[in-house]
Write a protein that binds this ligand. Structure first.
Ligand code: NDP
Length: 302
């Protein structure tokens, strides 16, 4: 039995970030434009603070400008919308990232819908979703883009492959499915009402799991040689009380069967922030109608 390829998201994201930094330098040299990423954090949720700081650090390391807006949890929806409108109009800002979830008194959809679609680097604005559906060039949500890049790094041409996506969320499942469809895979989107999930998964040459159920996908659900992308991040209890992170796939079992598999942590996760940088670069180029700077759509070769 051959060992699977372990898809190393950290190594892949480092490769991608290097390519982005080169393109950012190119954009500055040729056009005098520095991509700017504005991050908006409402409240003091520790996990969100870590994510936002990491996004800012990565942007700065790639040579971009980073504008940070930390607002108290008591911020009104009207004040948040006012800031969004300011950022929409600010020529130094090419990408706006409103860290989710927002406090309960704020209507998340209203805020996302107020973003300029041209600057929505999280790819969640309804217009961005529509463009992806139409098969056009879009700012696609970062985690799905990262999944596709990891898949095509293992198998550059996936046309005709059977892909099963577990989960149909707006954030992950649906955009991943559309990206795979745009690559000419035959895609099945599964969810909590799907019957015979194990049988369906066994038909998949490419299996993407995004359900948020710890180790739900077992080894005998997986077709021999399949590419398995585990998006799930679940914290589970351990006897020492420290807890640990596991994916939606039972890694030890799946690794016996899969041809390639992402670990959790260290698989899809690191790609998400790198793809946010891709989107910020892409937005800056699109806003300024720049066409002679490379925006990565695939992982660069090793
Ligand atoms: P959601 O909760 O929004 O969606 C989960 C989806 O899984 C739903 O479509 C749901 O079906 C489906 N589902 C739930 N239970 C089952 C089941 N027993 N069988 C089949 N389908 C089921 O989650 P997200 O899409 O936001 O996230 C999914 C996972 O990915 C989470 O673990 C999350 O933490 C992780 N994540 C990781 C990221 C990363 O950077 N690595 C980024 C974003 C998310 P239905 O629609 O019928 O309810």
């Amino acid at each position: 039995m051959t060992a699977p390829i372990v898809i190393d998201g950290k190594e892949a994201s480092a490769r991608l970030k290097t390519a982005i930094a080169v393109s950012v330098a190119d954009l500055k040299a040729k056009h005098g434009i520095t991509p700017g990423l504005a991050t908006v954090l409402v409240g003091e949720d520790p996990a969100s603070q870590v994510y936002v700081r990491s996004k800012q650090k990565t942007a700065t390391a790639a040579g971009m400008n980073s504008f940070q807006h930390d607002l108290p949890a008591s911020t009104s929806q009207a004040d948040l919308l006012k800031l969004v409108h300011q950022l929409n109009a600010d020529p130094a800002v090419h990408g706006i990232l409103v860290q989710l979830p927002l406090p309960k008194h704020i209507d998340q959809f209203a805020v996302i819908s107020a973003l300029s679609p041209a600057k929505d680097v999280d790819g969640l604005h309804p217009e961005r979703a529509g463009r992806l559906l139409a098969g056009g060039d879009a700012l696609v949500a970062c985690t799905p883009t990262g999944c596709l890049m990891l898949i095509t790094d293992v198998m550059p041409n996936i046309a005709g492959k059977n892909a099963v996506v577990l989960g149909r969320s707006v954030l992950v499942g649906k955009p991943v499915s559309l990206l795979l469809l745009n690559e000419n895979c035959t895609v099945t989107m599964a969810h909590s009402k799907t019957t015979d999930l194990p049988g369906l998964c066994r038909s998949a040459d490419i299996l993407v799991a995004a359900v948020g159920r710890p180790e739900m996908v077992r080894g005998d659900w997986i077709k021999k040689g399949a590419i398995v992308i585990d998006v799930g991040i679940n914290r589970v209890a351990t006897p020492d009380g420290k807890g640990k992170l596991v994916g939606d796939v039972h890694y030890a079992e799946a690794a016996q069967v899969a041809g390639a598999i992402t670990p959790v942590p260290g698989g899809v996760g690191p790609m998400t922030i790198a793809c946010l940088m891709v989107n910020t670069l892409k937005a800056a180029c699109a806003i300024h109608a720049v066409t002679d700077v490379a925006v990565p759509t695939r992982l660069p070769p090793r």
